[in-house]
Design a protein around this ligand. Structure first.
Ligand code: PMT
Length: 226
């Protein structure tokens, strides 16, 4: 039987990849399809949660019973996540957020000019949404979960990132070589700030999603009504 162990909870999930515009027709983006975040939203709804899904540039159908808020850029995603997080029991950042955006936005399409080399694209940092949510929790006991997309030294980088971002749980998945991005399956190590380490073998993204919710449920403070 399905356990509705997230009943009475509000969870926020981000999904997809941000796009940082360069001019009206071009952007800096990434290969996130949104599938992992949508699997998190759908499984949380099935477990009884009220779910706000902040979706960046995905083409997936909205999961049943989930509130979808659209965001294009990292700064729009930040606004939407911070707003939804105000009364959330847990925030899970599965979105692939651009660390940098073009420093300048050209209001007209950048043209190529014969005989002139293209100008380099200057970048500036985007806000780190996960670190901000973790540092500035809307209330005591709010759980913050991050993802780490790594290509090398996956576990060592994951542990360092967990400490740096200040979240409760970090889902470390290996990317590159056709892994994770856009796929229907994923594998990961769930690192807890309390030292736990749970390995999830490669399988459908909703299996990993349910394993993440298991870890969240185990750490949520009890309902005040209980
Ligand atoms: O969408 P799919 O095709 O299903 O692919 C899933 C996925 C590979 C995108 C997903 O599983 C995943 O790993 N998402 C996080 C990708 C990422 O941006 O990783 P990162 O290591 O660059 O960032 C670490 C964490 O900080 C992430 O939780 C990210 O949401 C967050 N972040 C990053 C940069 C930034 N400026 N703000 C953030 O909040």
């Amino acid at each position: 039987a399905l356990e509705r162990d997230l009943a009475g909870r509000h969870v926020v999930v981000s999904a997809g990849g941000t796009r940082e515009p360069l001019d009206p027709v071009r952007f800096l983006g990434n290969r996130s399809s949104g599938k992992q975040g949508y699997a998190l939203a759908a499984t949380a709804a099935a477990r009884g949660a009220r779910v706000t899904l902040v979706a960046a540039n995905t083409e997936l159908p909205a999961p049943a019973g989930v509130d979808v808020v659209r965001a294009g850029t990292a700064r729009q995603l930040r606004e939407a996540v911070l707003r939804a997080a105000e009364d959330a029991d847990a925030v899970v950042m599965a979105a692939a957020v651009a660390d940098f955006r073009p420093a300048e936005y050209a209001s007209g399409k950048i043209k190529k000019v014969d005989g002139i080399e293209p100008a380099p694209i200057a970048l500036v940092r985007n806000p780190d949404i996960l670190a901000e949510v973790a540092a500035d929790r809307a209330h005591d006991g709010q759980l913050v979960v991050g993802f780490a997309a790594e290509t090398d030294d996956v576990l060592a980088n994951g542990r360092a990132k967990l400490a740096r971002k200040g979240c409760d749980l970090l889902v470390v998945n290996e990317v590159g070589d056709g892994k994770a991005f856009g796929q229907d399956t994923n594998s990961a190590v769930l690192l807890g700030a309390d030292g736990t380490e749970v390995h999830i073998a490669d399988g459908p993204k909703d299996i990993l999603a349910d394993a993440i919710w298991d870890q969240v449920v185990a750490r949520l403070p009890r309902h005040s009504a209980e």
